[in-house]
Design a protein around this ligand. Structure first.
Ligand SMILES: N#Cc1c(-c2ccc3ccn(Cc4ccc(CN5CCCCC5)cc4)c3c2)n[nH]c1N
Length: 234
């Protein structure tokens, strides 16, 4: 999978050189390129923002640099490219969407700042052949820009790309994969500060362990996220 990121803070994504995603890049499972939006400006101050039409607080990101950046990045776009626009006005990001995006041949993340990107940039991108535009929100709270959201989405999607995670089985037993929160996990020692590991986990009875773990998922989901249960009697 190819991932392009356009941002005014390219150094923000240096974390992609390390950890699991860094290894995936070395293994050519992920091809990640970060582009500095200011490289697509032509004035001395490398200006990317201006005052909003209609008034209001803050600044809006100018369309011209974005247009040139996306011309450069989206040129020669294979069909199925998804341009992800992190936005507080976007659709909430979910594990289901992460799974969908993991199958896209190419993702382009457009990281806005200030009060956002001139809407015409998003509207124009949607007319580009082979490009699907998705405005996605990380959650119902306000960030200062799109980079944190893009990083979270890249990690959530990148780890689902075949070969990135060593044991793909571990991907199926995670919160939200089966619509439930995950069961609690334990490791050695069996007693720690007088706290014992649940005896069932030491029994070697894997049928009983699986059943206990599913019960734990249901209990935790009912307690913490009843909204995830289709018709929880509550
Ligand atoms: N994903 C995600 C996000 C973001 C996110 C994503 C991308 C950008 C680009 C800039 N910002 C900052 C910002 C802050 C407030 C507002 C609202 N204003 C209301 C009055 C009229 C003007 C707009 C817009 C933009 C961003 C925030 N926040 N929270 C998420 N889950």
């Amino acid at each position: 999978m190819r991932i392009d990121i356009v941002t005014i803070f390219p150094e923000f994504f240096s974390v992609l050189d390390v950890s699991l995603l860094g290894k995936a890049r070395q293994q050519k499972l992920l091809d990640v390129t970060v582009h500095d939006l200011r490289d697509f400006t032509h004035d001395r101050h490398r200006t990317v923002d201006d005052t909003p039409y209609g008034g209001g607080a803050g600044m809006v990101m100018k369309p011209e640099p974005w247009g040139e950046a996306l011309d450069a990045v989206l040129g020669g776009t294979p069909d199925g490219t998804v341009m992800v626009v992190p936005s507080p006005a976007g659709r909430p990001f979910t594990q289901k969407e992460a799974r969908e995006l993991a199958f896209a041949p190419r993702l382009v993340f457009t990281c806005g700042r200030y009060e956002g990107i001139d809407q015409r940039v998003i509207d124009h991108a949607a007319t580009r052949p082979g490009v699907e535009v998705r405005e996605i929100s990380l959650g119902d709270y306000v960030l200062n820009g799109g980079e944190v959201a893009a990083m979270a989405m890249i990690e959530a999607v990148g780890r689902l790309v075949p070969g990135v995670v060593g044991n793909p089985e571990s991907l199926t037993e995670e919160s939200h994969e089966d619509g439930l929160l995950e069961y609690p996990s334990y490791t050695k020692p069996s007693v720690w500060r007088e706290l014992e590991v649940p005896a069932i986990l030491l029994s070697g009875n894997h049928g009983a362990i699986d059943s206990w773990r599913h019960d734990q998922q249901l209990e935790r989901t009912r307690r913490v996220r009843p909204d995830l249960l289709p018709d929880d009697p509550a």
